[in-house]
Design a protein around this ligand. Structure first.
Ligand SMILES: Nc1ncnc2c1ncn2[C@@H]1O[C@H](COP(=O)(O)OP(=O)(O)OP(=O)(O)O)[C@@H](O)[C@H]1O
Length: 375
């Protein structure tokens, strides 16, 4: 049980004071493989009870960071402080975590019961304690009654739930999940996603999950750490990452984003297709120069009025809840995507070849330097 309370999250609520206590400090961790830098001076604090996702494209260093936290890979420099203890040089078995890998990694020759009991036996827990704990955990992951089965007799999703129970058996302070859902088919993945999230919230165990799946990160994480080329691009809640991407990389990696060439007129004014447009205030963007304006398709409103910015519909894609409309901007060789909710599409009576007014709200339009949006 953690007793030190280092800060409070309560700014706008006088009655509810939720303590925030750091669980893990990652301090300037660098990992080199020969001359290649896989992690470049990573610093991050993960709080007690948080669900944090490391998200990024293949090769960005997220697995290396998770393995370094577990002690399965030794950092070249930097420190790891867990609950106030410097664990930087401790071997994995001396660190306080449970881990679930992508490949279920269960012992094939042990029953479900014995797989889950494994860590407890290693710690010489008594028989009654083991029975109680394994029964409790199998109930938690909805696998009561499977005690005597062998892993081969279970589905992928069931095996991963056993792996989760096994990782939690010794009540670790930290749960590490290394792409735990990526080997499963989409339906099982969706189901297990909500099960893991509910279990984590119920147990309150600090959890770090590595994923390259943005939807997984957005739906499961309290905070997302977006990584690219061994550095952290942004740390934030799913809403912050989605609505206020700190870099063009984050903007292009998460969700669908339009990037449009504009000319910078002032701190919050640009010209797009010869029309003035207000955007979020920016800093350090040279006036008179070209920049990239990022705006999400769902933020754009299409209208029958054609004053101001307009475009010709060149494609309409039906996606159920909304229609994704591709428009070519009038007076510019640029296209953009706009999502029209299905309930609004009738009033617009959309058709290819039609010219429509395009409204881009200032709060949804952000500027980035040219060339920075490439993944
Ligand atoms: N043992 C190793 N020796 C040399 N290079 C390595 C080693 N392990 C990882 N790397 C390199 O470090 C970089 C980061 O690898 P890492 O596995 O952390 O990426 P990742 O973001 O988890 O990607 P993926 O989703 O593909 O696993 C990659 O370029 C990888 O090739």
């Amino acid at each position: 049980m953690q007793t030190t309370m280092t800060s409070l999250l309560a700014a706008d609520s006088p009655t509810v004071m939720t303590p925030i206590t750091p669980h893990l400090h990652i301090e300037a961790v660098t990992k080199k493989f020969g001359s290649f830098t896989a992690l470049d001076i990573i610093s991050l604090t993960i709080n007690e009870g948080e669900f944090v996702c490391f998200l990024g494209p293949s090769g960005c260093g997220k697995t290396t960071l998770l393995r370094t936290i577990a002690g399965l890979s030794q950092q070249t420099s930097g420190k790891l402080i867990q609950r106030g203890i410097d664990v930087s040089t401790l071997p994995p078995q001396a660190r306080d975590f449970g881990i679930v890998f992508q490949s279920y990694a269960l012992f094939p020759n042990l029953t479900v019961f014995n797989n889950v009991a494994y860590g407890l036996r290693n710690r010489r827990a008594d028989r009654a304690r083991i029975n109680y704990r394994v029964t409790e955990l199998l109930a938690l992951v909805n696998l009561s009654g499977s005690e005597h089965k062998y892993p081969a007799a279970l589905s992928g999703g069931q095996q991963q739930r056993v792996a989760l129970a096994r990782a939690l058996a010794t009540e670790p302070g930290l749960l590490l999940l290394d792409e735990p859902l990526s080997a499963l088919d989409a339906r099982v993945r969706g189901h297990l996603r909500s099960q893991i999230k509910a279990l984590q919230a119920r147990l309150g165990v600090t959890t770090i999950m590595v994923t390259h799946d943005q939807e997984e990160a957005l739906t499961m994480a309290d905070r997302i750490v977006v990584m690219n080329h061994g550095v952290i691009e942004q740390v934030g809640t799913p809403a912050e990452i989605y609505h206020q991407p700190a870099s063009a990389f984050v903007a292009s990696f998460i969700g669908t984003m339009n990037f449009l060439d504009v000319t910078v007129n002032s701190a919050d004014q640009v010209t797009l297709a010869a029309k003035p447009l207000t955007c979020q205030p920016h800093h350090n963007m040279p006036l008179g120069e070209t920049a990239r304006l990022a705006v999400r398709p769902e933020a754009i409103a299409l209208t029958q009025q054609q004053q101001g910015l307009s475009g010709e519909v060149i494609d309409i894609e039906f996606l159920g809840a909304f229609q994704r409309v591709t428009l070519r901007l009038t007076g510019a060789d640029q296209t953009l995507l706009a999502d029209v909710p299905s309930r609004d599409s009738t009033s617009l009576s959309l058709y290819v070849g039609q010219t429509l007014g395009i409204h881009i709200p200032a709060e949804a339009a952000r500027l980035y330097p040219v060339g920075s949006d490439h993944l």
